[in-house]
Design a protein around this ligand. Structure first.
Ligand SMILES: *Cc1c(COP(=O)(O)O)cnc(C)c1O
Length: 389
């Protein structure tokens, strides 16, 4: 059978190969400690689970949900934006529910990308931006995120030609995998540029509540004029340990929300209403759960950064997200070589940065989704394995 070109041309999924390697080792009896998992290890907070249980018993949630999401859910998202970012949104026109933010991120290019149209995407970056644009028939140009520039896109380095051609710009702060935060000045520059060159900004805000220092991440929509050029994707996944529930949203310019909603009504039928009701609980209930989540990641980060430093590997502590984006020790060519060596010697796994783009070549990503006990065990094995000596 002949696959369609759009699938044939998709790059192979890098992480599928890695999963194979890890599973092979496990089958051989290796006790793997993986820092590769971008999924919270903690359960969803109990009060959210309880609200889901109640909603599931209510037969009114059992039918097809509304396409755009329950009004009460969209209202909860709008109220949360008001409280958290002082951004006012019309729940009817400026909010749409998503089956997890990935779903919206992946469908969005179908609304605005024609065959051959250009989208600008960060490198390193969440792989979905690229594949979604390619599936829609578009082309991508990567924008390097460099340490010297605090992993912000170097807007001045984008060629005039690319700016004139580009229809869409994906951004993601707090950033996966670099853990960088955007500044207000940066976002202001983005708005200016987008306005001038007529580029739609799609901001992925999946980690907005995963911040480990005082400074709270900004919403792109806080910036004056952002609403005229952009859409922002959000999610309960990382903020409330709800990755399995598939519950997110897109907010922003009415016209963009309407387009995304139109694509979605033709493809999916919305989020299970019981999940939306649990989502309302997550967004409106007391904020202790998110604070506990941050405190847990902060402790793990501090222990890991200190432990690695004692072994002779200095990594920068992440300010936000639950990832440490670490430059590989100079004795190694690149992240792949380093990751392979560490895994073979110790059964500890770090994700090679190249999986997120060319700029990640000299990096590995360490997810803080490993318990304290297992982190101690990993540090011991790294010391015994002589990885840094
Ligand atoms: C996890 C993640 C998402 C997707 O989360 P959903 O579970 O689909 O809401 C989106 N963007 C980035 C950068 C992520 O890491």
């Amino acid at each position: 059978m002949q696959q369609a070109d759009r699938i044939k041309n998709l790059p192979p999924y890098f992480f599928a190969e890695i999963d194979k390697m890890i599973n092979r080792a496990k089958a051989e009896g290796v006790d793997v400690i993986s820092f590769g998992i971008g999924d919270p290890d903690q359960p969803t907070p109990e009060h959210i689970v309880a609200s889901m249980v109640e909603a599931v018993r209510d037969p009114s949630t059992h039918s097809y949900p509304s396409y755009e999401g329950l009004y009460s859910y969209r209202k909860a998202v709008a109220d949360w934006y008001q409280e958290r970012f002082a951004v006012e949104l019309d729940p009817e026109k400026e909010v749409v529910s998503l089956i997890g933010s990935k779903e919206g991120i992946a469908h969005f290019p179908f609304c605005y990308i024609n065959e051959g149209d250009l989208a600008l995407i960060p490198d390193p970056g969440y792989p979905v931006y690229k594949t979604a644009v390619l599936l829609a028939g578009g082309q991508v140009e990567t924008l390097p995120l460099k340490k010297e520039n605090n992993f912000l896109v170097e807007l001045d380095n984008i060629s005039k030609e690319s700016l004139e051609r580009a229809k869409l710009l994906y951004l993601n702060y707090p950033n996966n995998p670099t853990a960088a935060l955007a500044t207000r000045e940066f976002f202001q520059k983005v708005v200016k540029l987008a306005d001038r060159y007529d580029i739609i900004v799609a901001h992925d805000s999946a980690y907005s509540e995963v911040y480990l220092e005082e400074e709270k991440p900004l919403s792109f929509l806080e910036i004056e004029g952002a609403r005229e050029v952009g859409i922002e994707f959000g999610s309960l996944s990382k903020s409330f340990n709800m990755t399995g529930w598939r519950c997110g949203w897109a907010v922003g310019k009415e016209e963009l929300i309407e387009s995304l909603g139109r694509i979605k009504t033709n493809i999916d039928s919305g989020i299970f209403e019981a999940v939306q009701k649990a989502g309302i609980t997550a967004l409106t209930s007391e904020k202790t759960a998110a604070a506990e989540m941050r405190s847990l990641y902060r402790k793990r980060r501090d222990r890991l950064v200190t432990g690695l430093k004692e072994l002779g590997w200095e990594v920068s502590p992440n300010q936000a997200s639950f990832y440490i984006w670490a430059e590989v020790p100079s004795a190694y060519q690149n992240g792949e070589e380093f990751s392979r060596k560490v895994f073979q010697e110790t059964g500890v796994f770090f994700t090679p940065g190249i999986g997120y783009g060319q700029q990640g070549d000299k990096y590995v990503r360490l997810a803080l989704t490993v318990s304290r006990e297992r982190t101690e065990e990993a540090l011991e094995r790294l010391a015994e394995g002589g990885i840094f000596s």
